[in-house]
Design a protein around this ligand. Structure first.
Ligand code: AMP
Ligand code: ZN
Ligand code: ZN
Length: 427
């Protein structure tokens, strides 16, 4: 065991493992051997290509991915949840729930019950399972006695319901993509009883380049995509060579829109710490009132700032973009939503853009009704039809589809519906 983390047995206190990164956990509850009924089941590899916009494949024609799609299934686009950010959407894919229900409502937010702020760079919060609602697919699999593995996925490092994937890695964006693929192949070459049937993989490349140059700068986007395509090609070839019934599902969490630097707005212009907390920025700013009675006054004050600006102010329940009426307290009382193509950021980031001579960037987070926020859904393997295209689908439906492929029960509280997506599966 050199390269991955392995948590055996229930109730091991302060277990330290893993040669790559050290982990210390209490009461890690895990399945290390597949129940006999799973031994003859297929395998699923769920791959997330962060920020892979729905139109990139057609525009850049990556050869391996194009063949994968032609011989498998695809959705015209994958519709993210609002806000179209990385954490809420990965966790919606992992749980089949809207962010309002699973609780990771944004990349940063305040939870009034915990009286604490969640931020994706705060490792303590990211790895604390009490922030995460729902039942991630690897947890559902573990409950059924199935071995799982993850080379990164939002939520996989947290002890959700006390359970993590059997094998997993703490997020480290500097790990080369080929290392991630080699690890997956190592897992797939384990003996039957130990071999994970549910594996996740994550690549941030398209999001990284998309933020840097925007979604319209073909050369750098194409270059990154072609490199990623070779890595994927290697995975496709090597998984095929195993002879195992492996289903590969490729998704992205959101798309990307061009934001010229002169369309950024300083979030400091709407802050007022004495009256409310301002958390998150970008395409949605959450306002948490210190005194709930101040709602109408603060709303009026903020609405007065709309004039001559490029944002709108709403009570949370009236905010456009949500799939369901937002009910989770972590959203806050008021939302500030920039117009499409406008974006909030800190003064210091703006200063950085100006001093670096940067004029164009890419961003996401907007209402999923904007097509530019859509991502991808591609799949190939024995469970999937060949050469089948479905209209745009919501990402919450992927979870029940994976349950169906792996023969797992679909939890009652999942928002996604098998009927919305099962057309991609062979009968
Ligand atoms: P954003 O584009 O701001 O929504 O977030 C994308 C970033 O999320 C990526 O560039 C990664 O750095 C980060 N990220 C992705 N997965 C994880 C994870 N499991 N833990 C911490 N950060 C992550
Ligand atoms: Zn993302
Ligand atoms: Zn991003």
């Amino acid at each position: 065991m050199k390269n991955f983390c392995f948590f055996p047995i229930i109730g091991m206190a302060f277990l330290s493992c893993c040669a790559c990164n050290k982990h210390y956990h209490e009461n890690a509850t895990n399945i290390t051997t597949n129940a006999t009924k799973h031994l003859s089941k297929p395998y699923v590899i769920l791959i997330s290509l962060d920020g892979f916009r729905w139109d990139y494949t057609e525009r850049f024609q990556p050869p391996n991915l194009s063949t994968f799609i032609a011989e498998g299934v695809q959705a015209e686009s994958l519709i993210p949840c609002f806000p179209s950010k990385t954490f809420p959407n990965h966790y919606s894919i992992a749980t089949g729930m809207y962010p309002d229900h699973h609780g990771i409502v944004s990349n940063s937010f305040f939870n009034p019950d915990k009286n604490a702020i969640y931020k994706i760079r705060d490792r303590e919060k990211v790895e604390d399972g009490t922030w995460y609602g729902g039942t991630p697919i690897w947890v559902q699999a573990a409950k059924a006695g199935m071995v799982t593995a993850s080379y990164f996925f939002v939520g996989s490092e947290a002890d959700v319901q006390g359970i993590r994937p059997t094998y997993y890695h703490r997020y480290d964006g500097s790990v080369p993509n080929d290392t991630r693929v080699s690890q997956v192949m190592e897992w797939l070459n384990m003996p039957d009883e130990k071999r994970p049937h549910m594996i996740t993989l994550y690549f941030s490349d398209m999001d990284d380049v998309g933020h840097k140059v925007g979604p319209n700068d073909d050369d750098p986007l194409k270059k990154k995509l072609m490199t990623l395509d070779s890595t994927l090609g290697r995975l496709f070839d090597e998984t095929k060579a195993t002879g195992l019934p492996i289903n590969i599902i490729i998704v992205s969490d959101h798309g990307m829109i061009e934001i010229p630097v002169n369309q950024y707005m300083p979030v400091e212009s709407i802050e007022n710490d004495e009256v409310y907390k301002t958390v998150n920025n970008g395409a949605i700013v959450h306002i948490y009132l210190n005194q709930k009675d101040d709602l109408e006054t603060v709303l009026t004050e903020l609405k007065n700032k709309e004039t001559g600006n490029h944002f709108k102010v709403y009570k949370t329940k009236d905010t456009p973009g949500f799939e369901i009426v937002p009910n989770n307290k972590s959203w806050g009382d008021i939302q500030i939503i920039p117009d499409e193509g406008w974006f909030f950021t800190y003064q210091r980031s703006l200063a950085f853009y100006h001093s670096s001579g940067i004029e164009i960037t890419g961003q996401h987070g907007f209402d999923p009704n904007f097509k530019k926020m859509h991502g991808v859904f591609y799949a190939n393997g024995p469970a999937f039809k060949n050469g089948y295209v479905t209209p745009p689908i919501k990402n919450i439906h992927i979870y029940p589809m994976i349950c169906e492929i792996l023969g797992l029960e679909i939890p009652d509280d999942v928002d996604g519906k098998l009927v919305e997506i099962e057309g991609v599966l062979k009968k």
